[in-house]
Design a binder for this molecule. Structure first.
Ligand SMILES: Cc1cc2nc3c(=O)[nH]c(=O)nc-3n(C[C@H](O)[C@H](O)[C@H](O)COP(=O)(O)OP(=O)(O)OC[C@H]3O[C@@H](n4cnc5c(N)ncnc54)[C@H](O)[C@@H]3O)c2cc1C
Length: 430
């Protein structure tokens, strides 16, 4: 990376990766005196971390859980800010599909064969050993429809299955511990944002990067405010912390002129329901998750407070379409499918008193290669703009990846500053 040593840093995106990058730079003595500005298109920080307070309970409409064994950077930040956390109990899966009883053995027997199927999709891989019907049953039993996307290789599929709370019971990771924050993951973002403000980082909300322009020899960032007033940033360090789907919109030549990697994404949908009574208590479902074969897919019963479902890929699109037909249609469909999934008459399921949902068109983003060698950041060929994302890391699709990308890109910048040698001992890392 060739550094432009104007004393300013412009960061686009105030999601976790942008804020962590800004804080790591601001805490370094090597950047003392630099102005650090963050440009964010929405009126808030956090991006895909979004917590709502509903019926006195914090619900995470976006990212919700982290694992102490897999997500050490998240866990460290939670401890450092002394945020209250609690077990995310949904490693307790209630088996409702016969194949779930033998799934651990099936997956363990197939795992040694994945290297022979590098060019195949996970569906092709499983089908070649188990046949079409059983392969379909395996994917239905796992609850994540992304597993049937043609771009998901056996290697990535195993990574997904082993590193998700609902499916880890089918793998050697069954002992991993998962947590959520009592006040939602937005409380982590709030703590980071407050720290950023104390460090003098300036946030510009409703300021959208609309173009990466190329005038003269170098690239500059064109930012539009909510009045559509535009300004061009040509000097200083320019860092974009947007996921690949946004990069594609800004730069028709993404990813080609940035790297040799390719990217994909999956839509996600979450629906939350608050009832006057925890009707699931008598069914022994408190703190359990059920994987269904119908579009509900993963149904969670959070202590005695609320129930929610979470879907990805085609079934996330299904729920977006159901909602477009009106709230009544949505609630009737949810009730019918919950009853069907639990094998109960519909009238056992009451109507919710409150509900909330969120559809994310590009909920998770990942590199198709999912390669540990993928650099945490990429630059344009003239090195004038840096792009970083959780999708570039081996923790793609997770906030751990966002923290890694933000932190290590900043550390790499710091290490290349001329003053770095004298100041390296004083750099305080997150
Ligand atoms: C439903 C859902 C569930 C998830 N569950 C989990 C989970 O349980 N655990 C976990 O670890 N991860 C989870 N994730 C993934 C996690 O949310 C992301 O990996 C992480 O938040 C990515 O952070 P980021 O800063 O890289 O990107 P983002 O959060 O997407 O931040 C990018 C920011 O850039 C802004 N922006 C976009 N375009 C522009 C523009 N042109 N100009 C200016 N600003 C712009 C956006 O508004 C946003 O604030 C989940 C995601 C979703 C959607």
């Amino acid at each position: 990376m060739m550094l432009n040593l104007e004393h300013s840093v412009s960061i686009v995106g105030a999601g976790i990766s942008g804020i962590v990058c800004a804080i790591t730079l601001a805490r370094s003595r090597a950047l003392e005196g630099y102005a650090i500005d963050v440009y964010e298109q929405s009126p808030r920080v956090g991006g895909r971390i979004q917590t709502n307070l509903l019926s006195n309970h914090y619900i995470d409409l976006g990212a919700a859980r982290f694992c102490s064994q897999l997500h050490g950077n998240v866990y460290d930040l939670v401890k450092r800010f002394e945020l209250e956390f609690e077990p995310f109990p949904f490693t307790q899966l209630r088996f409702t599909q016969p194949i779930q009883k033998e799934l651990k053995t099936i997956l363990s027997n197939l795992k040694p064969l994945i290297d022979e199927h590098k060019e195949d999709s996970f569906v092709e891989f499983v089908t070649s050993y188990l046949g079409k019907e059983k392969a379909k049953a395996v994917i239905l039993a796992l609850g994540y429809d992304s597993l049937s996307m043609p771009i998901i290789s056996p290697h990535i599929a195993y990574d997904i299955i082993e590193k998700h709370p609902e499916t880890q019971c089918f793998t050697e990771n069954c002992g991993n511990e998962w947590f959520s924050l009592k006040e939602g993951l937005a409380s982590l973002i709030k703590a980071l944002y407050e720290e950023a403000l104390k460090l003098g980082i300036k946030f510009h909300f409703e300021s959208t990067l609309v173009q990466i322009s190329n005038r003269g020899n170098a690239h500059s960032l064109v930012i539009a405010d909510n009045q559509n007033q535009q300004k061009e940033i040509s000097k200083g360090l320019k860092i974009i912390t947007l996921p690949p789907s946004r990069m594609e919109k800004l730069d028709k030549q993404f990813p080609k002129r940035w790297s040799n990697y390719n990217y994909g994404s999956s839509p996600l949908f979450k629906g939350f329901f608050f009832y006057s009574e925890p009707w699931w208590r008598e069914l022994g479902l408190t703190d359990h998750v059920v994987i269904t074969q119908n579009p509900i897919r993963k149904l969670y019963f959070k202590d005695e407070k609320y129930a929610f479902f979470y879907t990805d890929s085609d079934n996330a699109l299904y729920w977006r379409d159901v909602l477009s037909l009106g709230e009544d249609h949505y609630l009737t469909t949810v009730k019918k499918l919950i009853a069907e999934a639990l094998n109960l008459p519909q009238d056992v399921i009451p109507n919710p008193e409150l509900h909330k949902n969120k559809f994310w068109l590009h909920g998770v983003e990942f590199s198709k290669e999912c390669c540990p060698k993928h650099p945490f950041y990429q630059t344009l060929s003239d090195d004038s703009v840096i792009s970083l994302s959780d999708a570039y890391t081996h923790h793609c699709g997770w906030i751990e990846g966002g923290i890694l990308a933000g932190k290590f890109t900043a550390e790499s910048i710091i290490s290349q500053l001329p003053t770095h040698r004298e100041t390296v001992k004083e750099v305080v890392y997150l």
